[in-house]
Unconditional design. Structure first.
Length: 255
């Protein structure tokens, strides 16, 4: 369905930021780092930032809350520019990224600016149909898309291999409630049982077998002043997650 054409003001801009892993949150792709770089780009171009959209979702799907809200806003208002830190923030696969650049933003007439790909600009001056695109524009889009997809796959591969090696060494990455990691003399990590929390798990299972509901178990833990550990507060959902956690039966899934 064709969207109603709106007269765009290139000086009005929105910023889109995304992270999906703990590593990205802590390192160069952190939200703070992305936003600072995007705002510098906006300042250099005299853009007025109307809103900043932030997602904590995988780039392999377009079903992201902030991403959807961004679409709704630019479809109704004369926003002319979208600023991102990197093409990978929009999508993590080549086909999805290229389709997004060519169809949705071509139809809306939004200019897209990327901090990391400074030579790239998806502009409303591009032709409205695929067969009219200059071959250089198509090649550039596809190259960026393939770079993003390759980078994502290599990142996932490194993460998988790292987790597998950690398991071989006796360490569970990000251990669940009831376990903790510690460093031994050679610098490697080991996962051990945290007995103060393991007793709580046994207690929860015992209550559950006695017929108590998850919410009732949670309230009992609160009334007994039992620490929720890494959880902010006991709740029925938390108790359910603990009782149904298969890792307590010796099964661990990763990758």
């Amino acid at each position: 369905m064709l969207m109603k054409k709106i007269t765009r003001d290139i000086g009005q801009a929105v910023i889109y930021l995304r992270v999906s892993t703990t590593a990205q949150k802590d390192e160069r792709f952190s939200i703070a780092y992305q936003e600072e770089a995007c705002r510098l780009l906006a300042k250099r171009n005299n853009f007025k930032i109307l809103k900043v959209y932030i997602d904590d979702y995988s780039g392999f799907t377009f079903e992201r809350p902030a991403f959807k809200k961004l679409h709704e806003k630019v479809a109704k208002e004369p926003i002319g520019s979208l600023i991102i830190f990197d093409m990978s923030r929009l999508a993590r696969d080549a086909v999805g990224l290229v389709s997004f650049l060519i169809s949705l933003y071509q139809e809306l007439g939004i200019n897209i600016y990327s901090v990391n790909q400074q030579g790239f600009q998806a502009s409303n001056k591009l032709p409205s149909s695929l067969d009219k695109y200059d071959i250089n524009d198509l090649v550039k889009m596809m190259i960026y898309g393939l770079q993003v997809e390759y980078s994502a796959k290599m990142f996932l591969k490194r993460m998988y291999l790292g987790r597998r090696q950690a398991l071989y060494n006796g360490c569970i990455p990000n251990p669940t409630y009831g376990y903790e990691n510690y460093t031994i003399n050679d610098g490697t990590h080991r996962t051990i049982i945290k007995h103060s929390e393991s007793k709580v798990i046994v207690l929860c299972v015992s209550y559950y077998l006695d017929g108590m509901r998850f919410s009732e178990i949670a309230q009992s833990l609160i009334d007994s002043n039992i620490s929720p550990g890494k959880f902010k507060q006991w709740s029925g959902k938390i108790v359910r997650r603990l009782i149904l956690n298969r890792s307590y039966t010796g099964k661990f899934k990763f990758g």
